[in-house]
Ligand binder design. Sequence first.
Ligand code: GAP
Length: 523
Amino acid sequence: MANDQENLLKKVISHAKEYGFVFPSSEIYDGLSAVYDYGQNGVELKNNIKEYWWKFMTQMHDNIVGIDAAIFMHPTVWKASGHVDAFNDPMIDNKDSKKRYRADVLVEDAIGKMEEKIEKEIEKAAKRFGESFDKKMFSETNPRVLEYKKKVDEANERLKNAMTGNDMVAMKQLIVDLEINDPISGTKNWTDVRQFNLMFSTEMGSIAEDANKIYLRPETAQGIFVNFLNVQKTGRMKIPFGIAQIGKAFRNEIVARQFIFRMREFEQMEMQYFVKPGTEMEAYEFWKAKRMKWHQALGLGTENYRFHDHLNLAHYANAACDIQFNFPMGFKELEGIHSRTDFDLKSHEKFSGKKLQYFDTESNQSYVPYVVETSVGLDRLFLSILSNSYKEEKLVPKNIGTDGEEGNERVVLSIPAALAPYKIAVLPLVKKDGLDEKAKSVVDQLKSTFRCYYEEKDTIGRRYRRMDAIGTPYCITIDHQTLQDNTVTLRDRDTMKQERVAIQSLKEKIGESVSMIKLLQSI
Ligand code: GAP
């Protein structure tokens, strides 16, 4: 990670803690690795993100309904889904740094570096040749680019074979051949590569026997698969239809760094879309486009998203890609879109002995549907919004010291207004002359429509800064003039512009720009 990006992540982590967004879990006991708690502002942002997803998926698609399945499931579910046997990550330790890594991630990073070299060659040539540069021709003929490409293709092929063939000796050899160094010790003193199952287990009931061993779900999807017929029958759903769910998932990640990007307890927002066999690729393309639009509507910059096709398909998929986001650590997976075939339903049929088929009244035939899933990590989405919104701004001289603004720089979270924890702060200029009572009455008028923050302590400038720091889109200041003419100062978080507005027109003035409905309509 480049230094400034590393610094950005550090700043976001400390800001998230200082302003009540995210705390390390059990902090008074020095925390618990890769587990985090959401604070008073974090939970609001998280709930708003959930609402944005839930309403889009279930309310705006009349063929998608939601469920809320239990975290604990019958242990055979995880045998049938393949997670007991195949939900492994290859791990490797460096004997000098004593650090543990995911072997496939080390290889992917090494491949990423080779790809960067290709990009650099192309950039250099583009500068050299200027307007006459033909990128396609250069990429297809330049010997250095071709050599790197060959290496990338070979490494990808070997990685794919090692992963699909579960061949950990080949994986170790690939790490040796690519001359991968430990980023901490700088040495190549590696252990062998071993498979590590990521599921947490516990016992149900009082006797700790193997028969009582149950798992904490590593994905929410299986709760949807086992309820497929319950929902289809009771909801009279016709294919194609979807089932959506938001809930906790647990993975004993080998390397759990990078804040809430990779956690051991996290939350997923998943939707399984059940389709007629043979139509799954159409549904896959449809959901790829839909989900990308949903992300981009947040306004974090279209250039910060890209698709990344999976080369190593999971045991259940016949096509898969990620929507990657430009996190402070670079482009990384935000959401997975997978064509899961009929693998899960067929396997549950086999293990449970129950039919999980759909009767198609048009063709008079029963079949096991195919499934396209969209699966986004709520915590990763939270991090994408927080890191993209975090801004340190130098203030233009005209704002300094005027209209109550304080200092010559500020930290502002430009969180999409519809998702902000508070929409409005109501601030009496001073806590006397009846301004505080007037401000409280304004809160009373607005609080059923918007989540309002009331604060009367400190200078108005300091209060503005605190509201900027938690991303409150509007501050309303109550001053002496308010008592005379029922107008207030309305300050915009992003432009810092202030205008005089009548109290009775506040709802209309603010409503649209912080509206979840508007955001949903913009997709
Ligand atoms: N049901 C499919 C599934 O679980 P996945 O790609 O393993 O697919 C889906 O996970 C999404 O869940 C990821 O794109 C990511 O956003 C999120 N996710 C996965 N592991 C995570 C972790 N350890 N911490 C936070 N989010 C995670």
